[in-house]
Design a protein around this ligand. Structure first.
Ligand SMILES: C[S@@+](CC[C@H](N)C(=O)[O-])C[C@H]1O[C@@H](n2cnc3c(N)ncnc32)[C@H](O)[C@@H]1O
Length: 970
């Protein structure tokens, strides 16, 4: 086997830019593909895009004949990093110029590997064609919401994904598989067709035609539903007598008071009485004792001024403490969790209208409940709900309602919510019939030539492209809109009083019990309405890539024979027991099944989502914790082996590992979950040679104690272990680490990986050395475990770092020791004299160099803000690494300085710049160990900025050289 070429992801990636774009993406909603339908634990598209790109693009060191020196390789690496930096922001995701530039780089690596030349850089179409035929297909065997295949597709690659969960498969199909099939087609609906016949032009961009049709038939569904069931959603009467559309009805569940004095009256269980907490608009509900009202009490909505204490009191509702502890509004006696549970299990919980939220003049209006509105809601009689009458799992970790007698999915909806959802579900299929007639009329697809072919061509689920398949596609999106609505239209939704909107069912990755819930009006123009669903879905569809074909299959990863191979594996498996995808997704599945089983018969054959083979360590499913762990590790091992077998030889595999903050290890890097996962990877015949921490959280103002506290996943870069791998001893392993790691660490630093991420990033090359061997033998001939190898790697890294620090000037070493004890605080000068003597340097020199400050009897490190502004490394006769770091940090953050001034300092430092960068890691470590978060942040940010400063400094160095030459010869 010839050695495969090293890929960028095995050497360095611009982590900071990727992390920044990933974190920023979280706040983007408009048109983001994730808004198509909820799926849990989606990876940021920025990270997925960058990872696939860096898996395919060669590291310049793979081409020594083209990039013969370290310098040329580093310059080329920086250029490729820039391509990544340009393509990761959300704004770039539909920017064809930027995407083409990225696609070209992939095509170039593929072409060079084949001994060919890539198509011309500007010829986007030729590049796409080339990638379609020559680049390996990308495959994600745990594709979930489809982020990785979507990004592979965006990069012009053949994209495949599979998941065992039908809900995920449908979302993936809607995002990746269906849009390219109908890309470029004009809409078929009568309104758009009439427009086209009148001479209107269609832009043929991506799946915009399909999106326009979904919008049209979605609107038809909404109008038709309003005609059929609109009478169940009465307007509210405002104080001035005018009518207003209701946005939501807010209900409180009730329970019989346990206090005999209340004589069996049902009393409300309310977790907050506040309806709006906005300043100047405080609104709340008050329970009023009223003998003439049902059960002797009623709700009354009030607004006005509230003291903070009053507001806090109202925020408690009828609760008396944490958990399900309430008080009776009539007698004040307590209602225990056990009592409420018993009443619930006996089917005796009720509900009472608490408030009505209506559309006012540019703001919400809150009204007291009315009998008429309550009576109308009680009239609702749902259609066929048999598909929804499915039991929820008995797993209190994620499902609370069964504990209160609400054991089936159907119990999570009010009758009126069921009327709405069954009506819209029926209408999605009726809309399909309309769309079919319109698609036929518009001539979608080929006319069948033989009587064996169905009139409208094959259905979508068996690969059709004709009118029938097109109608299936429209129905799929309409069905997904209904699915989306279930998230907003259940009785597990609550009213968010801060933002005045309906908080969706899956505000968390669980189905909790909600005591005071919202019931949305599907026909309003506000929060949770059906039109919102149409709009978000269509926006996401318009932004889908559709650049190249994609396929999403329903396959269990352990038994995956891969419908296509060899492939480039890029995948994000489930992490242990974090999320119960299969259990949670039944909430959607039952509705999808009711709506779409005719369109996707294979996906919806079963009553619920298949669960047995799901790689989630759920003790209740496997008969205990240990069995669940064994099931997970064995299954993951099988899935990894299947990946290894299907993987191409030329490119590394990328496997995301969801890293929990709690795992930022007790002893450095070796947390149990992380080590076992790595062990499973190694046992499946893979060698690890890169580990990149990806963050999706914005860097907080305070960095958590310990490194890498913010990583939310780690991308493991793996290769198939070479069949020629040999056995090594512990000392051979350590020698190889010492030989290879310094260079790898330098490259990682040069890429701008900040100290916060260093510890995880350094594992990559270390594990690369470890897993290159079949086994590393301990002194007693037993095989070294991954867990032990991680601590060895960590120790060697520390030694390497210590050696670097030991090579620093004595002033810097004294400063480091001082900093570790006192930070920038002043201490008796005797302390400094002691330290100086130990390092064989004079105290006077420490003051003279500008590192320390003489405070007459006391000494302190020179604070950054007191450093002289006109300092210049080239004229400092006692230049120290310490000063280099502190001056650059000061200058960078100084309004009068900035990046250019900081880069100039670096340019003047010459070779000392590399030492300064290394010192940042040490300073960061000290500051985090001491809990000096703001100080740690200074060093981390500077380290992440470093490569950009280096780039600038390279130009400045050029100018400086010219200036010097000019001086000599000018
Ligand atoms: C972390 S999620 C993937 C999320 C995805 N990368 C995204 O951005 O949307 C893991 C996925 O693995 C799927 N899964 C769990 N067990 C599986 C199995 N045995 N075979 C295939 N897929 C499985 C789950 O259904 C879930 O969608």
């Amino acid at each position: 086997m010839t050695m495969p070429r090293k890929k960028l992801i095995e050497v360095s990636i611009p982590l900071e830019a990727i992390n920044k774009a990933s974190a920023r993406e979280k706040s983007i909603r408009h048109g983001h593909p994730s808004t198509l339908h909820l799926w849990w634990a989606r990876r940021p598209l920025a990270a997925c895009r960058a990872v696939v790109f860096a898996q395919l693009v060669d590291d310049p060191s793979s081409w020594p004949e083209r990039f013969p020196t370290e310098e040329t390789q580093e310059a080329e690496r920086r250029r490729l990093h820039k391509v990544i930096e340009d393509m990761v922001p959300w704004e770039a995701s539909n920017d064809e110029t930027i995407l083409n530039a990225a696609r070209f780089e992939i095509a170039r690596s593929v072409a060079w590997g084949l001994g060919e030349e890539p198509p011309a850089k500007g010829d986007g179409k030729a590049i796409l064609d080339y990638l379609q035929t020559k680049a390996p297909p990308v495959y994600d065997p745990f594709s979930g919401g489809g982020s990785i295949p979507l990004e592979a597709q965006r990069l012009g690659l053949r994209a495949y994904g599979s998941d065992l969960n039908p809900v995920a498969v449908l979302i993936g199909k809607a995002l990746v598989e269906i849009p390219p099939k109908f890309a470029g087609l004009p809409p078929v609906n009568p309104k758009s067709q009439a427009e086209l016949k009148r001479g209107g032009r269609w832009n043929s961009k991506g799946a915009e035609g399909l999106a326009e049709d979904v919008r049209y038939y979605g609107q038809w569904m909404r109008d038709e539903a309003e005609r059929r069931i609109g009478h169940l959603y009465p307007n509210a009467t405002l104080e001035d007598g005018s009518d207003a559309t209701v946005i939501a009805w807010l209900w409180a569940r009730t329970v019989r008071s346990p206090d005999p004095a209340a004589k069996g009256a049902k009393v409300p269980l309310v977790t907050s009485f506040m309806l709006s907490t906005k300043d100047g608009k405080k609104t709340w509900v008050e329970p009023v004792i009223d003998a003439s009202a049902a059960d002797g009490w009623r709700f009354h909505v009030k607004s006005g001024k509230l003291t903070k204490a009053d507001e806090d009191e109202k925020k408690k509702g009828t609760k008396t403490g944490r958990g399900t502890n309430f008080a009776c509004v009539l007698t004040g006696s307590s209602i225990s969790p056990d009592y409420t549970r018993e009443e619930g299990l006996a089917g005796r919980l009720g509900k009472r209208l608490m408030a009505i939220v209506a559309e006012g003049d540019r703001s919400r209006v809150y009204l007291s409940p009315s009998h008429e509105h309550e009576a109308i809601a009680a009239e609702a009689r749902p259609g066929d709900t048999s598909a929804i009458e499915v039991e929820m799992p008995e797993n209190p970790r994620w499902f609370s309602p069964p504990g209160y007698g609400m054991t089936r999915y159907v119990d999570l909806f009010t009758s009126r919510q069921l009327v709405a959802l069954t009506t819209f579900s029926d209408l999605a299929y009726e809309a399909r019939e309309k769309a079919l007639a319109d698609a036929r009329a518009a001539g979608v697809g080929q006319r069948p030539s033989s009587s064996d072919v169905p009139r409208d061509g094959a259905p979508l689920h068996s690969g059709g492209m004709g009118a029938g398949a097109y109608a299936d596609a429209i129905a799929t999106y309409l069905g997904l809109i209904v699915g989306r609505c279930t998230d907003a239209w259940s009785s597990i939704t609550s009213w968010a009083s801060t933002g005045e909107f309906i908080r969706n069912t899956f505000a968390r990755q669980a189905l909790p019990m909600v005591w005071d819930f919202s019931e949305c009006n599907p026909f309003s123009a506000s929060t949770g309405n059906f039109n919102n669903g149409i709009e978000w879905t269509c926006l996401a569809l318009t932004r889908a890539s559709a650049a190249s074909p994609g396929e999403i299959h329903q396959i269990t990863a352990q038994n995956n024979n891969y419908p296509v191979s060899p492939v480039l594996i890029s995948t994000d498996p489930p992490y242990y027991d974090n999320i119960g995808y299969a259990d949670l997704s039944d909430f959607f599945y039952v509705w999808h099944r009711r709506t779409l089983s005719n369109v996707w018969p294979d996906l919806y054959r079963r009553l619920t989502v298949p669960k047995e083979a799901e790689l989630v360590a759920t003790p209740y499913r496997h008969g205990g914790k240990a069995q669940a762990e064994a099931f997970f590790m064995n299954g993951m091992g099988e899935a990894l082996t299947a990946m290894r077998n299907a993987a191409a030889d030329g490119e590394p595999l990328a496997i995301y590992y969801a890293f929990k903050q709690a795992e930022a290890a007790e002893d450095g890097t070796t947390s149990a979950g992380w080590a076992s996962f790595l062990q499973a990877v190694v046992d499946s015949g893979l060698a690890v040679d890169g580990t990149w921490p990806i963050r999706t959280e914005r860097q907080a103002r305070t960095i958590g104690v310990g490194t890498n506290a913010l990583a939310s996943s780690i991308v493991l870069v793996c290769r198939k272990r070479s069949p020629a791998a040999t056995v090594a001893t512990r000392s051979e392993f350590i020698r190889a680490l010492k030989r290879e790691m310094p260079d790898a660490i330098a490259k990682i630093r040069a890429a701008g990986v900040g100290p916060v991420d260093m510890q995880q990033a350094v594992i990559g090359p270390g594990m690369g050395v470890f897993t290159r061997f079949v086994e590393v033998l301990e002194d007693d001939d037993s095989a070294m475990t991954v867990k032990t190898s991680l601590s060895v790697i960590n120790r060697v890294w520390e030694e390497i770092d210590n050696e670097i620090v030991a090579s620093f000037d004595p002033e810097t070493q004294v400063a480091l020791t001082w900093f570790g004890s006192y930070g920038f605080d002043a201490r008796a000068s005797g302390e400094l004299i002691g330290l100086a003597t130990a390092k064989d340097t004079a105290t006077n020199g420490l003051y003279a160099s500008g590192v320390f400050k003489d405070l007459k009897g006391k000494s302190a490190l020179m604070p950054r803000e007191e450093l002289p502004e006109n300092w210049s490394p080239s004229s400092d006769r006692t230049l120290t690494i310490w000063e280099c770091v502190q001056h650059v940090a000061r200058t960078l953050n100084d309004p009068a300085g900035g990046a250019q001034a900081a880069a100039r300092l670096i340019a003047e430092m010459g070779p000392k710049a590399a030492d300064a960068r290394a010192l940042l890691d040490r300073l960061f470590k000290i500051a985090t160990d001491k809990g000096w978060a703001p100080e740690a942040l200074v060093y981390n940010q500077l380290a992440e900025e470093w490569p950009h400063l280096l780039d600038r400094s390279a130009n400045i160095s050029g100018e400086l050289r010219q200036a010097t030459t000019g001086d000599l010869f000018g």
